[in-house]
Design a protein around this ligand. Structure first.
Ligand code: NDP
Length: 289
């Protein structure tokens, strides 16, 4: 069954993200019912054509999927547990950020109440919703995703990763780990250069092309990891150790804290101490996984 213009949608949670999602659904022509724990956050949405509901029970009174975009796992239970019986036979799309095990727990809870459950991880900030560049990662009920894909794609590019409700969240957090490592690397470099009087903006002019060029190596890292063969390294762990040791010395000499770089040195040192120095840098994933 495919989605239609007439599919009504309910949005529970009108924080910054819930408001952006609901506004995009209204603009996309979907009959949209909205609810928020603290009253008054629906004013602009109601003015734009949404139906404001006073209670969760009223909000889920309509047909169609229910999108939860609340603070965290606990707030999803706080909102849905009291109406679990009313949700029997309905479809819930949870776009609240939850850890993979929390998403799986919610899927089990939903199944016990005969609720079709799809979990999603939003890879965007509110201003990006409904625009190119936004993406939402989904896993859980394939039938729910397929039925409402057209509506979901109003919000952001929609990708489905399979029936394990925790997998979208795992992708979400894996990507965010990559992002945080990149940004904290920039912050460390900016702190180093600041001690030489170089503004962060000047460093950024170098950092962006450098990080962009280095990112092109990621598929080769992935190929080596997936092969499980670390014996023919482009550059072995022994090669990287002097460089990382020098970064640590440079940071320490400049009075820059080692919080970002020291864990990388520790990972290298541990593998070399265990006799893996001639193996590829990519072997580090075996140390982590
Ligand atoms: P906000 O902090 O702006 O809003 C939080 C929402 O959760 C509010 O509607 C709040 O209601 C509600 N809430 C909190 N606790 C409870 C509770 N116990 N019971 C019922 N409702 C509750 O967050 P966002 O809208 O920005 O984010 C929502 C989700 O989207 C989060 O999981 C976030 O991680 C995720 N997300 C957000 C992004 C962003 O850039 N904003 C990016 C990617 C994901 P009330 O108004 O009553 O406090």
């Amino acid at each position: 069954m495919s989605d239609t213009q007439h599919t009504p949608v309910t949005v529970l949670g009108l924080g910054a993200m819930g408001q952006a999602l609901a506004a995009t659904l209204v603009q996309g022509g979907r009959a949209t019912t909205v609810w928020n724990r603290t009253p008054g956050k629906d004013a602009a949405l109601v003015a734009a054509g949404a139906d404001g509901a006073a209670t969760v029970a009223d909000a889920i009174g309509q047909h169609g999927p229910i999108i939860a975009v609340l603070l965290d796992h606990a707030s999803v239970h706080a909102t849905l547990d009291p109406v679990a019986d009313q949700l029997s036979g309905r479809q819930v799309i949870n776009l609240t950020s939850t850890a993979p095990e929390e998403a799986r727990e919610l899927a089990t809870w939903a199944a016990a109440h005969d609720i079709d459950y799809l979990d999603g991880g939003i890879m965007a900030v509110p201003a990006m919703i409904g625009r190119p560049g936004a993406s939402i990662l989904y896993s859980g009920s394939a039938a729910l995703f397929d039925e409402h894909r057209e509506t979901l794609e109003l919000l952001a590019a929609a990708d489905y990763f399979g029936t394990d409700a925790g997998l979208a969240s795992m992708y979400d957090f894996a990507l965010l780990s990559n992002m945080y490592a990149m940004f904290t690397g920039f912050l460390h470099g900016a702190a180093m250069l600041r001690t030489s009087g170089v503004p962060a903006a000047t460093f950024a002019e170098r950092a962006v092309p450098w990080v962009t060029a280095m990112a092109q190596l990621i598929p080769e890292y992935a190929r080596v990891i997936d092969s499980g063969d670390y014996t023919a390294p482009f550059q072995p762990l022994d090669f990287h150790k002097p460089a990382v040791d020098a970064i640590v010395r440079a940071s320490r000499d400049a009075g820059v804290a080692l919080d970002i770089i020291a864990p990388i040195k520790n990972l290298l040192d541990r593998q070399i101490a265990d006799g893996h120095g001639r193996l590829a840098f990519e072997r580090t994933v075996e140390e982590l996984a």
